[in-house]
Design a protein around this ligand. Structure first.
Ligand code: ATP
Length: 235
């Protein structure tokens, strides 16, 4: 579904990605594990068309970038939930969700997705008229995911969904991630500081170190790889 080949990207003289190649198949949850600064967020920015890169990224056989800009990428169903959520704090929960549907065709009925979001996240339904900025961290993460669902994602790119959240809230968020994948058939790329949780949740994983893929494979098997245990799982 997604094919990343030899992607390299820099911020001025800082090389963030040297050469990354990876594949994501339809229906999978794939996690990208790596230390701080390994280039994980940069990779998502390249996929979303928000960052220039060398190499090639294709979605369903169609090369992204060039004529297919970030808006075109969203239209094709590749939707990113950014690190730090970036919700609109002065808009209500409901208005934030409507913003998620901006890429949809005019006249497209968005009610089924609204119902879906409020069913997945009853807390958002209770708070539909509350300003986004006054939500708790966990609720803001739910809203960011809800906003992505409004865009009818085929491939969801999740950047650090657990960041700053209490363990019990993280469990809720990850239960929803699994539900989106298992019940709604959304393919997911997951970046997550909590490597243990990420490897438990994902089908397959790629380990990125200093801008390149160093290891890849079945997530459960990688979780027992001595190098992964040492570097990312605390031994
Ligand atoms: P983290 O887990 O800490 O979010 P990451 O793996 O997502 O890290 P990136 O955010 O992709 O890493 O950063 C990769 C490298 O690029 C880092 O060395 C970082 O300092 C650098 N970098 C990221 N954004 C910028 C920027 N806007 N300007 C300059 N350098 C940047």
């Amino acid at each position: 579904m997604l094919k990343v080949e030899n992607v390299a990207a820099s911020y001025g003289s800082i090389v963030a990605l040297k050469s990354v190649s990876l594949e994501v198949y339809e229906g999978e949850i794939v996690t990208i594990v790596g230390a701080n600064g390994a280039g994980k967020t940069t990779l998502l920015s390249c996929i979303s068309g928000l960052m220039p890169y060398k190499g090639s990224i294709a979605f369903k056989g169609e090369k992204l970038g060039g004529k297919i800009d970030s808006a075109g990428i969203v239209e094709r169903g590749v939707i990113q939930v950014p690190e730090g959520r970036q919700i609109f704090s002065d808009m209500t929960v409901h208005e934030n969700l409507l913003m998620g549907a901006y890429s949809r065709k005019k006249g497209d009925n968005i009610q089924p997705e609204l119902d879906e979001v409020y069913e997945l996240f009853p807390r958002l339904a209770e708070r539909r008229d509350q300003k986004g900025g006054s939500l708790s961290g966990g609720e803001q993460q739910m809203l960011a995911m809800g906003r992505a669902i409004m865009a009818k994602p085929k491939l969801l790119l999740l950047d650090e969904p657990s960041m700053g959240l209490a363990p019990i809230v993280v469990n809720d968020i990850f239960a929803t991630i699994r539900k989106l994948n298992h019940e709604k058939g959304v393919t997911i790329v997951l970046i997550e500081q909590n490597a243990r949780l990420a490897l438990k949740t994902a089908d397959r994983a790629y380990v990125i170190e200093t801008g390149a893929v160093q290891l890849s494979g079945d997530a459960k098997q990688l979780a027992s790889n001595p190098r992964v245990r040492d570097l990312y799982l605390g031994g």
